[in-house]
Design a protein around this ligand. Structure first.
Ligand SMILES: O=C(CO)COP(=O)(O)O
Length: 263
């Protein structure tokens, strides 16, 4: 049995940029730059700061935009005395469908380890949110040739205890730390090597049918000028875009990548 083709996913991680007024404008501009067919062919998602989510919900629902949205993090806890944290149920109530988990910036600046990432993946799934689980190696690991093993370890840690059925609901993003915000993109072959290895690991740990359903994204200095070559790789199903997603026209161009491929 062959599984259905994986729908490409372009997700814009705004990081700590854009207030709610700017968010409103960007989402409207983005929607106006893409046709219904383009938004159907390529799933288009924005990941704004928490404080923008209610505004994004209002514009998306009010104008019936075919744009998804989600958060950049969530709490591992369901509710309670966790000052400053945001629960998955709160995100779901705002219409979020995605949540980034284990981004390298959270691992580096907030000491998030694989156990916490695993707990957050479980919290997301418990609230019917699709985790965009980030894995990726730093430059030192890459230079020593340990990138595939490093990403496989992060994947194992993050998915511990999950059933194959739960894993089909996860999106994995390979984001080499050395390519984030540096303008230094991984080559399409580099991206394929790790995205392919992620899929193989999923097949080993779960089964091939599960691995074939999981979307694997590449992230790290993706732009409209390099997206087509990266998307041409067999195991790359989309991109997690940082800086370039802050410009509506540039992000729309990235989402229109099939046009660049067909010329
Ligand atoms: O971290 C990223 C997306 O999550 C990538 O950021 P850049 O696209 O700015 O390199």
């Amino acid at each position: 049995m062959t599984s259905a083709p994986r729908r490409p996913l372009m997700a814009g991680n705004w990081k700590m940029n854009l207030n709610h007024l700017e968010a409103n404008l960007l989402v409207q501009k983005l929607a106006a730059s893409l046709t219904e067919k383009q938004l159907t062919d390529v799933e288009t998602v924005v990941l704004p700061p928490f404080t923008d989510l209610r505004t994004v919900q209002t514009v998306v629902e009010g104008d019936k935009l075919l744009i998804g949205y989600g958060a950049q993090d969530l709490s591992a806890h369901a509710s309670g005395a966790y000052t400053g944290e945001i629960a998955g149920s709160m995100l779901a109530k705002l219409g979020c469908t995605y949540v980034v988990i284990g981004h390298s910036e959270r691992r580096a600046y907030h000491d998030e380890d694989d156990a916490l990432v695993n707990a957050k993946v479980q919290a997301a799934l418990a609230n019917a949110l699709t985790p965009i689980l980030c894995v990726g190696e730093g430059l030192d690991v890459r230079e020593q040739g340990g990138h595939v093993a490093h990403c496989a370890d992060q994947l194992d840690g993050a998915l511990k205890g999950l059933s194959a059925e739960q894993v089909t609901k996860v999106v994995v993003a390979y984001e080499p730390v050395w390519a984030i915000g540096t303008g230094k993109t991984a080559t399409p072959d580099d991206a394929q090597e790790v995205c392919g290895a992620v899929r193989s690991r999923l097949a080993e740990t779960f089964d091939q049918a599960t691995a074939d359903q999981v979307r694997v994204l590449y992230g790290g200095s993706v732009k409209s000028s390099n997206v087509a070559a990266i998307m041409a790789q067999p195991d790359v199903d989309g991109a997690l875009v940082g800086g370039a997603s802050l410009d509506a026209e540039e992000f729309a161009k990235i989402c229109r990548f099939p046009e660049h491929i067909s010329g």
